[in-house]
Design a protein around this ligand. Structure first.
Ligand SMILES: [Zn+2]
Length: 265
């Protein structure tokens, strides 16, 4: 078995993921916002598309569904709770369900918050987490339909995955996220190293994805709202953290990020 995860950039900063099994010439795609980008990649590598996965209903994640499903007869699997908002969903899935591609089995994790039914797919055999707009490298998704508590709990369930998990998120936001993270945590050597590495990759036009979950745990402020050392440091920096509830602290970090940069997440 030889599986490859190919990163297909789309629009301004989206990533579409094409997972292929070269032994059998099949591929699955995650969040195909743009059908053309996926069709080009499939044709170039002579692959047949057998499965379409969606993490949530936003157009930049599902916009290519219809053409790809029609061209290849591939079923679309997405969040059961967004069934009414994603056209031609063959199967709605939720927490505890699994999806199969070739010999890979992916677990469905509910990650509500960015949208009300958002899900993530975790494929332990290739250590891959496709988390849409929930967890980003050094950041997290915006709260469009859910509460801060919901998104915090979603991030906590992703944080529970193994440190060697590769994070394939929906957008390239790492550099902008690093600026906010550094403002909060400027003496963190791991964070400084990641910010420099991200800048170097972007200068060459390379993606900063996949990110490694073990590194996110040490550097992503949105995964650290319950870590006493991090909170102490925030307090020293003048950030109000008197509230003991991690979900509330997460909510104020998210609100601060909304004010910090109006672009990206
Ligand atoms: Zn979205």
């Amino acid at each position: 078995m030889s599986f490859t995860v190919e990163i297909l950039p789309a629009f301004a900063d989206n990533y579409i993921y094409l997972v292929s099994d070269s032994d059998i010439g099949l591929a699955m795609v995650v969040d195909p916002g743009d059908a053309d980008v996926v069709l080009r990649a499939l044709k170039k590598r002579d692959l047949h598309l057998s499965l379409i996965l969606n993490t949530h209903h936003h157009k930049d994640h599902v916009g290519g569904n219809a053409r790809l499903a029609k061209e290849y007869g591939a079923p679309i699997i997405g969040p059961a709770k967004e069934e009414a908002r994603i056209q031609d969903l063959a199967r709605g899935v939720e927490k505890g369900d699994s999806v199969t591609f070739s010999t890979l089995r992916g677990q469905v994790i509910e990650t509500h918050g960015h949208t009300s039914g958002h899900i993530a797919f975790y494929f332990p055999q290739i250590r891959a987490l496709f988390c849409g707009d929930t967890l980003f490298s050094l950041g997290c998704g915006r709260l469009f339909e859910g509460t801060a508590a919901e998104l915090w709990h979603s991030l906590v369930s992703l944080r529970a995955l193994p440190d060697d998990t590769l994070i394939y998120c929906g957008h390239e936001y790492t550099e902008a996220n690093a600026k906010f993270a550094l403002m909060l945590d400027k003496h963190n050597p791991a964070l400084k190293a990641r910010a420099e590495n991200a800048a170097a990759l972007r200068r060459k036009g390379h993606p900063t994805i996949p990110a490694l979950l073990g590194e996110e745990k040490q550097t992503n402020p949105f995964l650290r709202a319950d870590q006493p050392e991090f909170l102490q440091m925030l307090a020293k920096g003048g950030f109000a953290v008197q509230d003991a509830d991690p979900a509330a602290i997460f909510g104020s970090l998210r609100a601060a990020k909304d004010r910090f940069n109006t672009q990206g997440a």
